[in-house]
Design a protein around this ligand. Structure first.
Ligand code: SF4
Ligand code: SF4
Length: 389
């Protein structure tokens, strides 16, 4: 494993971080397969991963509500006496804060779920510009000051899908920010905070952590032929996962890349790559740029990253899989195959036409998608029966 210094925190973190939002489940997102997930954590720790990321709503069965990832992780760390051996990061559910006392209320609940009396890194989760104004007006900075001085939280930061200007504005308002978690992969260099954001973090010695390194699996699943042909002409052969991760690890403004892993095989594979001092040279960079161009020119779908933050829909719409099957259909240009998946995998009352347009999911979308509009496109594309394909 290779380690980096996480900005001004001074923490030495494994460059591969373990994300707990996509742990294996028994079907429902809230039912973590604890036996399998424990094996993954064990292997990760034994092989050098030292930073773990979780959040209040991960593996929840209520939109934005309390999830099972924190209690699972807390239990695992307690049972194996590993709490002090790892760097634990979790996030305050900024969307759920209604009054000042809520900051402390949620933190206490999280400490209890995680079975610990301190958090190494506490982030304000998925800040938006209005979300920041709201929590700021309720005194979040006083709350963070108190957390830092009491020692219950060691380092503070935020996760963000905002544009760079907003990120800088927030950073400028509080000198104690030490880390920021942003979305980055080779398709998103100029999206959200992008490379300019990473440069800014590096210049200000703010720890830079990355989410969505594989863009929700889009860079590694159902790869278009045009993309495969570029990977094939590269001198050094790498898997698509390896290309995506090494692209990030070769940037000197990236300290840690979080991967939300779902199987032990993925943990093993990612650790193997994270331990390899692989160099992405100028020729490789050209290949990556061509691959990004191909993805952008072949895709007519939407930007869903399958993060699942919009789920569960109160009407039972399987937003993630509806958007995914639509995107795959656009990318592979094989509507019949995608329609087979759409109609066989997604139950009738969870398909796009069950959306009632209530917009409850909108504030949760990390990619600012107009989900009901996108679902309408899905419905217009697939219809309500398989017959016409
Ligand atoms: S807008 Fe549609 S998908 Fe979103 S929460 Fe409402 S019913 Fe569900
Ligand atoms: S629609 Fe938005 S919130 Fe839902 S999975 Fe896709 S990107 Fe994530």
């Amino acid at each position: 494993m290779i380690y980096n210094t996480l900005g001004k925190t001074g923490l030495e973190v494994s460059r591969l971080g373990f994300g707990t939002m996509r742990l294996p489940t028994f079907g429902s997102n809230a039912e973590i397969n604890e036996e399998e997930a424990s094996k993954m954590l064990e292997y990760g720790i034994e092989n050098g991963i030292n930073i773990f990321d979780t959040a209040y709503p991960y593996h929840s069965d209520i939109l934005g509500g309390s999830g099972n990832a924190e209690p699972f992780l807390g239990n695992f760390l307690k049972e194996n006496s590993l709490r002090d051996e790892i760097i634990l990061q979790t996030k305050s559910p900024s969307w759920a804060i209604e009054e000042k006392g809520d900051f402390e209320f949620f933190l206490n609940e999280q400490l209890e779920k995680l079975q610990t009396d301190y958090i190494d890194i506490y982030l304000l989760h998925s800040l938006t510009a209005p979300g920041w104004s709201h929590v700021n007006s309720l005194g979040v900075l006083d709350f963070l000051d108190d957390c830092l001085s009491s020692g219950v939280v060691k380092h503070v930061g935020f996760s963000s899908h905002m544009e760079i200007d907003y990120m800088i504005e927030i950073l400028d308002e509080y000198p104690k920010w030490e880390v920021v978690l942003t979305q980055m992969n080779y398709l998103d260099e100029y999206y959200q905070t992008g490379v300019m954001g990473l440069n800014y973090l590096k210049a200000n010695n703010i720890g830079s952590m990355i989410m969505e390194p594989l863009r929700g699996g889009r860079l590694v699943n159902n790869i278009p032929e045009e993309v495969k042909s570029w990977w094939e002409i590269a001198e050094v052969k790498r898997t698509p996962v390896e290309w995506a991760l090494q692209y990030l690890w070769n940037r000197d403004d990236v300290d840690c890349v979080f991967s939300g892993m779902t199987s032990l095989e993925q943990v093993k594979e990612n650790i193997k790559y994270a331990s390899n001092e692989d160099i992405i040279n100028d020729y490789d960079q050209e290949i990556i740029r061509e691959v990004a161009r191909q993805y952008k020119s072949t895709s007519l779908g939407n930007d869903c990253t399958r993060c699942g933050y919009c789920m569960p829909c109160p009407e039972g719409v399987d937003i993630v899989n509806c958007l995914t099957e639509y995107n795959i259909a656009q990318m592979l240009r094989d509507p019949k195959a995608s329609a087979m998946q759409y109609f066989s995998l997604i139950p009738e009352d969870s398909r796009a036409d069950s959306c009632v347009g209530c917009e409850k999911c909108l504030p949760f979308c990390t990619q600012m998608l107009n989900i009901p509009e996108e679902l309408q496109k899905v419905y217009e594309f697939f219809g309500s029966e398989f017959d016409h394909f």
